[in-house]
Design a protein around this ligand. Structure first.
Ligand SMILES: *[C@@H]1O[C@H](CO)[C@@H](O)[C@H](O)[C@H]1NC(C)=O
Ligand SMILES: *[C@@H]1O[C@H](CO)[C@@H](O)[C@H](O)[C@H]1NC(C)=O
Length: 137
C-alpha cells in the first residue's frame, strides 16, 4: 500500500516537473522568437549610438558611391535584434547643399567590431509627379 502511494506520488511529481519544464521552454522559445524577428521603433533618435550609426551609413555610402552627402540628422528609425543589431534609419543629409532623405540599413555587432552598411536608398520623390512633399510627411 505504502509502495503504491509512493509510486503514484512519484508519477505526479514527474508530471509536475515535466509540465513546468515544458512551460519554461515554451516561454523561452517564444521570447527568443520576438527578440530575433521583429523591428521596433527607436525611441530616442538623438541617442549618440544611433547618430553614430547614421553617420557611418552616410560615410560608407559616400565611399561606395563616390558621393559627398553631408549627414544632418536622423528623422526616424527602427532596430531589430539579430546576432547584433540591425538598424533601419531615415536620415537627412545634404547632397550638394540640398537637403534630402535616405533610408539606410546598418548591421552592427559591437563585440566583433563588425558594422556594415547593407542598404542605402535615396528617398527622393519623383518631383515630376508632384511628389516632392511626401519626403517630409
Ligand atoms: C535622448 O538622448 C540624448 C543623448 O543621450 C539625451 O540628451 C536626451 O535627453 C534623450 N531624450 C529622451 C527623450 O530620452
Ligand atoms: C557588407 O554588406 C554588403 C552588402 O550586403 C556585402 O556585399 C559585403 O560583403 C559586406 N561586407 C562585409 C565586410 O561583411
Amino acid at each position: 500500500m505504502a509502495l503504491k502511494f509512493n509510486s503514484i506520488l512519484g508519477f505526479l511529481l514527474a508530471l509536475v516537473i515535466a509540465t513546468v519544464l515544458f512551460h519554461v521552454s515554451a516561454a523561452h522559445g517564444g521570447r527568443r522568437e520576438v527578440l530575433a524577428g521583429s523591428w521596433s521603433p527607436i525611441k530616442n533618435i538623438t541617442d549618440p549610438e544611433v547618430v553614430e550609426i547614421g553617420k557611418f551609413a552616410v560615410n560608407e555610402h559616400n565611399k561606395e558611391a563616390k558621393t559627398k552627402l553631408e549627414f544632418e540628422k536622423i528623422i526616424k528609425g527602427e532596430s531589430q535584434v539579430i546576432a547584433g543589431t540591425n538598424y533601419r534609419l531615415v536620415i537627412a543629409a545634404k547632397d550638394g547643399g540640398e537637403p534630402h532623405q535616405y533610408m539606410a540599413e546598418v548591421w552592427d555587432k559591437p563585440w566583433e567590431k563588425y558594422r556594415n552598411l547593407t542598404s542605402f536608398k535615396d528617398l527622393r520623390c519623383n518631383e515630376e509627379k508632384g511628389e516632392q512633399n511626401c519626403l517630409f510627411a
